[in-house]
Design a protein. Structure first.
Length: 484
């Protein structure tokens, strides 16, 4: 046997650009490096006028000249065991994420006062025909405003992207393109790093995008009182532990105006239900049930936090961009029943909002829900005692007329339009009865002969039927009316 060595062509660098990073994913991958390097502040800046550069500055540990060179090598850092808090895996992020947006990547890093500035420039590599980096002086990055802040640090790293062919391209309005990207980026970072930004979780990290601080976006609204949460579950696999906890968000009527301005809590809420998968506390993937159930309007309140450690990356099929995972089948099978149960709670937030129903099955509803061959409809419940008594005394033909009318009321329920409105986070206002509403109705029904004028019997009938069963002071209301 003989052997030969086949080294990769320099085109590899060009090809690596196309692994499909979005701008948001690319920046997040670089901030992973900053977090791993113990930075507590990261400043992302984009050229607001000409769109010529993007810079990412951190005050982390920094790198020696050798470490900086290893950092610029493709797969220079291995896939082997990583510290628990290491957000890296492939040894590629810095290079592929950066070059996915532009053709030139400059790495400036400082450790113990020693500054290293080195650069991949795809055009320089193509011209030279080999894997050649530029070694620069500190002054060579003077045109980047963040370089001044870099000088002030004892240690830290500044990454600069230039020749932004993919990010800005040939746009005639680079300022607008850049501003839009940065605006969306701030929200994205506020979400994927929310645990690091929020003292209710881990806290301790600040991220600025063109000097404006990214605010943590907690997808679980865990500090809102009305959010329901399950106990934390611990799933053991390959000697490691995966954490899981489900949340049912409150109905939109319980949210503040500021919360309702969040896309993921308003018009985009339906597509944001599902698992929220974190790796080392950094949100990787969200808005899918991974086949456990289907997304639906009624389940939009349920979000499930899952945290897995980086030692299980292979099992979760973490992708190179760190924006997708596929949970292991064992995990999904184990929690299928529990998740379905949680999504039912979400449905109840819609159907029985704000009501506490302890003997749900024993309450006679006014409407029946009927599902036939995947079609659903509602019909007025003719077994409801008040509907029954309304029929007594009617002739057969009169009764048929009223029944037909009730049938038509049900048939013409504007369900489609209600669905559209509620999806748009409008509240269905006719839904709740307060004590006064109930009192008025009981009075009308007593006067009209639908309820006997006997407080014991009246209470007995009303306590188990909609809408009276929910009223905690029902007995007092009846007694007051009948004594009068
Ligand atoms: N901001 C930074 N501060 C300190 N060290 C860094 C920084 N960015 C990168 N490095 C070093 O360079 C190495 C290579 O980074 P790169 O992002 O390419 O790969 P990785 O983080 O190891 O893995 P992954 O491809 O999963 O991101 C890192 O492992 C780290 O040692
Ligand atoms: Mg990395």
């Amino acid at each position: 046997m003989t052997y030969e060595i086949l080294t990769p062509g320099i085109e590899l660098l060009e090809s690596m650009r196309s692994v499909g990073y979005s701008f948001d994913d690319a920046i997040a991958d670089l901030i992973d490096n900053s977090v791993t390097a113990n930075a507590d502040r990261v400043d992302v800046a984009g050229d607001p006028v000409d769109g010529l550069y993007v810079s990412i500055l951190d005050n982390g540990d920094g790198m020696s000249p050798e470490e900086a060179r290893t950092a610029l090598r493709l797969a220079g850092t291995g896939r082997d065991a990583r510290a628990e808090n290491d957000l890296g895996r492939f040894g590629l992020g810095l290079k592929t994420a950066s070059l996915s947006q532009g053709r030139k990547l400059t790495l400036a890093s400082k450790l113990n006062g020693e500054v290293t500035v080195i650069q991949w420039d795809l055009d320089f590599v193509a011209e030279a025909g080999d894997w050649r980096i530029r070694v620069l002086d500190r002054e060579d990055i003077d045109h980047i405003p963040a370089a001044v802040d870099f000088d002030r640090l004892d240690s830290g790293t500044l990454v600069i992207w230039e020749t932004l062919d993919y990010l800005i391209g040939e746009s005639e309005h680079p300022d607008e393109v850049m501003a839009k990207h940065l605006q969306e980026l701030r929200e994205h970072l506020g979400l994927v790093f929310h645990q690091f930004l929020d003292h209710n979780y881990i806290g301790g990290l600040e991220i600025y995008v063109n000097s404006v601080k990214a605010k943590p976006l907690d997808p679980f609204l865990s500090s809102v009182r009305k959010t329901q949460r399950s106990p934390v579950e611990y799933f053991k696999i390959l000697g490691e532990t995966v954490e899981m906890q489900s949340f049912v968000l409150p109905h939109s009527s319980a949210l503040t105006e500021k919360e309702l301005r969040r896309k993921d809590l308003s018009y985009a809420m339906e597509s944001k239900q599902g698992f929220y998968v974190y790796r080392g506390h950094r949100l990787i993937d969200w808005g899918s049930w991974y086949g456990v159930t289907k997304q639906s309007q009624l389940k939009k309140q349920t979000r499930v936090r899952v945290e897995f450690p980086n030692s299980l990356d292979h099992l979760w099929q973490l992708d190179i961009r760190k924006s997708k995972v596929q949970p292991p089948r064992e995990f999904l099978n184990h929690y299928r029943a529990l998740i379905l149960n949680e999504t039912r709670k979400s449905e109840r937030v819609h159907t029985y909002r704000g009501r506490v129903r302890r003997r749900e099955d024993e309450v006679t509803p006014l409407w029946n829900y009927i599902e036939e061959r995947h079609q659903i409809r509602y019909e007025v419940n003719h077994d409801h005692p008040l509907v029954q008594t309304a029929f007594t005394g009617l002739t057969k033909t009169q009764r048929r007329a009223v029944e037909t009318l009730l049938e038509d009321v049900a048939r013409c329920v504007p369900a489609q339009s209600a669905y559209v409105e509620i999806s748009d986070n409008k509240t269905y206002a006719a839904e709740e009865y307060d004590a006064e509403d109930i009192s008025k109705r009981v009075a009308v029904f007593i006067d009209g002969g639908l309820i006997p004028r006997d407080s014991e019997i009246a209470f007995d009938v009303l306590k188990d039927i909609e809408p009276f069963s929910e009223q905690p002071t029902l007995r007092e209301i009846i007694e007051e009316l009948i004594e009068d």
